[in-house]
Design a protein around this ligand. Structure first.
Ligand SMILES: [Zn+2]
Length: 121
């Protein structure tokens, strides 16, 4: 979908369209070409949710993300490692979380990837 301006209603409508498509697709095994379709639908849904979050006033800048990491000395909230910080969404975008600062915390890349799409992990 081109990066044109969409209203909240159009975004919500496209998200539910994608969810309908996702439900209609069969479960596939690793390596199946259909995985690419599933992956791109998930990516599009995430992008739409981020845009919706921004339209709803929940947004952070790269500078704010860097300042958040600096404010905790890059220390991972879960394991305390400070060598590989990343920004985690407490409530993942995929679970309806928003992209505002209040929903962000610092986790190391390892803890962030283990947490995946879980809430607060
Ligand atoms: Zn960690």
């Amino acid at each position: 979908m081109p990066n044109r301006v969409l209203t909240k209603e159009q975004i919500l409508s496209r998200i539910s369209e994608i969810e309908g498509l996702q439900k209609s697709l069969p479960i596939v095994k690793a390596g199946d070409l259909l995985q690419v379709t599933k992956w791109s639908l998930s990516c599009e849904k995430r992008r739409l949710r981020l845009r919706l979050s921004k339209l709803n006033g929940h947004h952070h800048t790269l500078r704010q993300a860097i300042e958040l990491i600096q404010s905790v000395n890059s220390i991972c909230e879960i394991c305390g490692d400070d060598s590989n910080p990343s920004i985690d969404h407490n409530i993942p975008i995929s679970k309806g979380g928003h992209n505002g600062l209040e929903n962000l915390r610092v986790l190391c890349v390892s803890c962030n990837s283990k947490k995946g799409g879980r809430i607060y992990g």
